[in-house]
Ligand binder design. Structure first.
Ligand SMILES: [Zn+2]
Ligand SMILES: [Zn+2]
Length: 200
């Protein structure tokens, strides 16, 4: 993560994680993001917004862990793609989409901490389809896509894998688009049953 802006009079990010560790980056007004009247760096602003301004059970995610912000970000990017997919497979009458915000799933017995953004198609009989984007804190660059319980794909986003891609450049933008598109298309293929899930 960048250390911040090299300007005087910047504002320190107000994020403090569950272990009481603060974010030490400082940003100018062009780069800080204000949420709930407080200034944050871009990543931590994303986490505060994604969690609705209140920490998950157990407190705010670790200051240097990108799992929550990555799950939230990819979730925002594919949200507009998941909705029409569910519209196509929804049975006539009564089914509705439940759009779940990012939440923390903690494995029993102190296991993994995984951040999940999910969409469910439900009707009076229960859950018909479920799509989720998950990022585990123990491997916080790997984005997993699930349909129902099945892992249908996973991968490291291009801006993390290829750090030499200049942020905002046409190449970086194209790589970002194709990464998001690949996730959305694999979800679409599985949800609409155009492709069988490979058996491992
Ligand atoms: Zn700046
Ligand atoms: Zn921060």
């Amino acid at each position: 993560m960048a250390d911040g802006c090299s300007v005087r009079g910047g504002v320190r990010c107000n994020y403090v994680d569950r272990r009481s560790r603060p974010c030490t980056t400082t940003w100018c007004s062009a780069h800080w993001v204000t949420v709930g009247g407080k200034q944050y760096c871009r990543r931590h602003a994303g986490i505060v917004v994604a969690l609705g301004g209140a920490p998950a059970a157990g407190g705010w995610p670790d200051v240097d862990n990108r799992a929550a912000s990555l799950a939230a970000w990819v979730g925002r990017q594919i949200d507009s793609r998941v909705t029409p997919i569910f519209s196509r497979v929804a049975p006539a009458g009564g089914a509705r989409l439940v759009n779940e915000p990012v939440r923390l799933m903690v494995a029993p017995a102190g296991g993994s901490r995984r951040w999940q953004r999910a969409w469910r198609l439900v009707d009076h009989t229960g859950v018909l389809n479920r799509v989720s984007i998950e990022v585990d804190e123990s491997n916080d660059a790997d984005v997993m896509a699930r349909v129902d319980a099945e892992l249908i794909g996973h991968g490291v986003p291009p801006w993390i894998e290829h750090r030499n891609l200049a942020a905002g450049s046409p190449d970086a933008e194209a790589a970002r688009r194709s990464y998001i598109d690949a996730i959305a298309r694999s979800i679409e293929l599985v949800v609409t049953k155009q492709e069988l899930v490979p058996q491992y």
